[in-house]
Design a protein. Structure first.
Length: 94
């Protein structure tokens, strides 16, 4: 079964991190789609960034990560609501 993918937007906080640091981030995703539920969120990271850990709001969401980024599945984010997703990443030295 093919699942359609829609591009969306979110807000990453903090927006920057120091080279070589390990930083906790929070991704806030608005449930502003009126035509579909948001049941997955994927965040891709730049080369050299290493995802150290990620959290899923249980029991609604599951989380996985690899060298490319973090994926949360489950939900949904309520229409008109907001989903908050947390992860920690290590920045490249340069």
């Amino acid at each position: 079964m093919a699942v359609p993918v829609a591009a969306g937007h979110g807000t990453l906080s903090p927006a920057t991190a120091e080279a070589g640091s390990t930083q906790a981030f929070e991704l806030t995703v608005p449930g502003d789609r009126l035509d579909a539920d948001i049941v997955g969120v994927a965040l891709r990271v730049a080369g050299g960034v290493e995802i150290v850990s990620a959290e899923a709001e249980q029991p609604l969401w599951s989380v996985s990560w690899d060298d490319d980024g973090v994926t949360w599945e489950g939900g949904p984010i309520d229409r008109g609501g907001v989903g908050t997703f947390r992860f920690t990443a290590r920045m490249p030295s340069e």
